[in-house]
Design a protein around this ligand. Structure first.
Ligand SMILES: Nc1ncnc2c1ncn2[C@@H]1O[C@H](COP(=O)(O)OP(=O)(O)O)[C@@H](O)[C@H]1O
Ligand SMILES: [Mg+2]
Length: 248
């Protein structure tokens, strides 16, 4: 029985995590995402890879309710149809957008505080802050520094930390490795591993195919708005062949 069936029956115990069914997005009638379905369960990391323009960002924005979509998005088995992004955040979903978008003029600490605005549970604020500062010690060291002065890797840590301040169960990330040094990429993915192990559901969009396939429990290849392939970690070694076959 799928999560969707359960959601309809109202019989209680839903599987924790994200379930996307037949998600479609179009811009002025031009399809960008053509009916894709995927699950991310609590404690799993799922990858979504594909070339520029494949529809990766549109998928994440569609899930958040930031752009018009069709299909169903279930959060812990509950349909979030019609909810604007801020309400989707309150259901426990957070997006780390492409390009990070930290508030450059504000301090690191204030960026993190802003992330807490969407918290469902105000009481857990201090714990959440401590958790983020333990996960990313550089954010503690640089708490008073202007966010715009951080390196790209540090800003990515801040963007993830800010998303975690809303206490999400489901974390969506749009190309977190973009423009980062190899060391910074390692730092980010080590943190994602900790976040996954803590029982959160992680959906990560990437262009770095091999790295993502190796890291994630499952990785979907998106091509022109459709999922064309599902890969397991052991497929990472075959990626040269896959890249040629599926990215052209
Ligand atoms: N705001 C927009 N208006 C019109 N077309 C868009 C917009 N955003 C994305 N697109 C188009 O939708 C398709 C998918 O884009 P996107 O989801 O950004 O892909 P990806 O993140 O995989 O690079 C592309 O053809 C892109 O040009
Ligand atoms: Mg994109």
């Amino acid at each position: 029985m799928s999560i969707g069936d359960k959601a309809g029956s109202g019989d209680g115990e839903y599987e924790r995590g994200l379930c996307v069914q037949q998600l479609a997005v179009a811009y002025s009638g031009v399809p960008a995402v053509r009916g894709i379905s995927l699950d991310v369960k609590a404690g799993e990391a799922v990858g979504l890879i594909g070339p520029n323009g494949a529809g990766k960002s549109s998928t994440l924005l569609g899930i958040m309710g930031a752009i018009a979509r069709t299909g169903r998005v279930l959060v812990h088995g509950q349909d979030v149809a019609g909810l604007p992004p801020e309400k989707v955040v309150r259901r426990g979903v957070a997006l780390v957008p492409e390009g990070r978008h930290v508030f450059a003029e504000l301090s690191v600490a204030d960026n993190l505080r802003l992330g807490a605005v969407a918290r469902r549970d105000r009481a857990g604020y201090s714990e959440a802050m401590e958790h983020v500062l333990t996960l990313f010690p550089i954010l503690r060291d640089f708490g008073h520094r202007q966010a715009g002065l951080l390196s790209g890797g540090q800003q990515q840590q801040l963007a993830i930390g800010r998303a975690l301040m809303s206490d999400p169960d489901i974390l969506l990330l749009d190309e977190p490795s973009l423009g980062l040094s190899p060391t910074a990429v390692d730092t980010v993915f080590e943190a994602l591993d900790v976040i996954r192990a803590a029982g959160k559901a992680v959906l990560v969009v990437e262009q770095r195919a091999e790295f993502t396939i190796a890291f994630c429990d499952r990785t979907f290849v998106l091509h022109d708005g459709e999922i064309t392939l599902t890969l397991k970690p052991e497929d990472a070694e075959k990626v040269d062949v896959l890249t040629k076959a599926y990215f052209g």
